[in-house]
Ligand binder design. Structure first.
Ligand code: SAH
Length: 345
């Protein structure tokens, strides 16, 4: 059984040819799925009855099941989806004034085990398939309505996208192909904790999308304590990789820097951070830590974060404070979990 939403456009063309259809049927099917957001072959009324019957025999349209939907006071919507095998993932729709962003998951759980992350507490279950990634976009777009068009996609939900490389790559192709979802490559961001071979592959195989790096510390020891994987991929090597990454002032690399009180928020850290990114076209996003019950870290006071920000601006580094959205429904950075959590603040 072919899983239609797992196919790139050229794969879809091959598939339609293989069942004896003409090539142009791929454009029709793709339009139904990605533009008209159809959930079944029956809806595809410009394909004959027999044609639709054949499609149903040979392929399936995988639709995620919305188990729960929560809307934040700031308009952010968090979706809890159930997968075929009963696993659950979360996806967040973030409306902005002039555009809408979707934060999608790439794995059930996450194998990285970052000390500050709530998602990490459940461990790792499995990679998502391409259609499970792609359908987060389709299902949410259908739910919020076409008038609330999703323009930006960030791979910043549950999981480490570069450890599910093939499926992430295919989903980007589906999101950005004009004959499919047709989003702009510039409006897709892939966030990684620093998988060096993945970043190198991304430069070659997923060009022109934005890269975001979760840095979170300026010395090896501190980062190692926060992100155990730093032992394998240390800051020094990651920075070398970023220097070679094809970025420029239009397409800057986003450096995500979690602000943890007394851990990485000192003036020395700001100076070291400025030093580390020297010569790399970056934009720094300071993310105030989102606490959860039992978390061992604290969020620095706002003034301290602003001092940190100013120190970077003074050194010519574009630095912004990311105000996480949807905190009241646990939809903020690092709070996603495939379980209905009792976590509420
Ligand atoms: N694995 C990828 C994608 C996850 S993106 C990555 O590491 O980049 C989610 C972002 O939220 C990451 O920058 C992550 O470090 C950050 N984050 C995790 N826990 C957080 C928390 N409790 N508060 C704020 N940000 C958090």
């Amino acid at each position: 059984m072919t899983d239609i939403k797992s196919l790139t456009f050229s794969e879809l063309q091959k598939f339609v040819l293989s069942i004896g259809f003409k090539k142009y049927r791929a454009v029709q099917i793709s339009r139904w799925i990605y533009k008209k957001l159809a959930t079944s072959f029956e809806e595809m009324t410009d394909i004959s009855k027999e044609g639709r019957k054949l499609l149903k025999e040979k392929a399936e349209i995988y639709n995620l099941k919305i188990l729960k939907k929560e809307t934040s006071s700031d308009g952010t919507i968090k979706y809890l989806f159930e997968l075929k095998d009963g696993n659950r993932i979360e996806t967040v729709f973030i409306p902005e004034r002039d555009w809408n962003t979707l934060c999608i998951s790439t794995q059930v759980g996450c194998p990285i085990g970052c000390k500050f992350c709530f998602t990490a507490k459940d461990g790792f279950t499995r990679n998502l398939t391409t259609s499970e990634i792609v359908d987060q976009y389709i299902s949410v777009q259908r739910d919020v309505g076409i008038n609330n068009r999703i323009s930006n996609i960030v791979f910043m939900g549950m999981g480490e996208p570069l450890l599910n490389f093939e499926n992430v790559k295919k989903s980007v192709s589906i999101f950005t192909d004009d004959k499919m979802a047709g989003l702009s490559r510039r409006k897709i961001t892939i966030s990684t904790c620093g998988i060096i071979p993945g970043i190198e592959r991304m430069a070659r195989e997923i060009p022109k999308v934005k890269l975001a790096l979760s840095l979170h510390a300026t010395d090896e020891k501190t980062r190692e304590n926060l992100i155990p994987l730093n032992r394998k991929y240390p800051i020094k090597e990651i920075m070398k990789t970023l220097k070679k990454y094809p970025a420029d002032n239009v397409r800057r690399i986003m450096i995500e820097y979690l602000m943890l009180e007394g851990v990485n928020d000192s003036r020395e850290d700001a100076l070291r951070l400025a030093q580390l990114v020297r010569g790399i076209p970056v934009k720094v996003n300071l993310i105030p830590f989102n606490p959860y019950p039992g978390s061992e870290f604290k969020t620095p006071p706002r003034e301290k974060i602003e001092v940190f920000q100013k120190m970077l601006w003074d050194r010519g580094i574009a630095t912004f404070i990311r105000d996480s959205r949807g905190k009241d429904i646990s939809a903020a950075c690092g709070m996603l979990r495939g379980k209905e959590s009792k976590l509420k603040q």
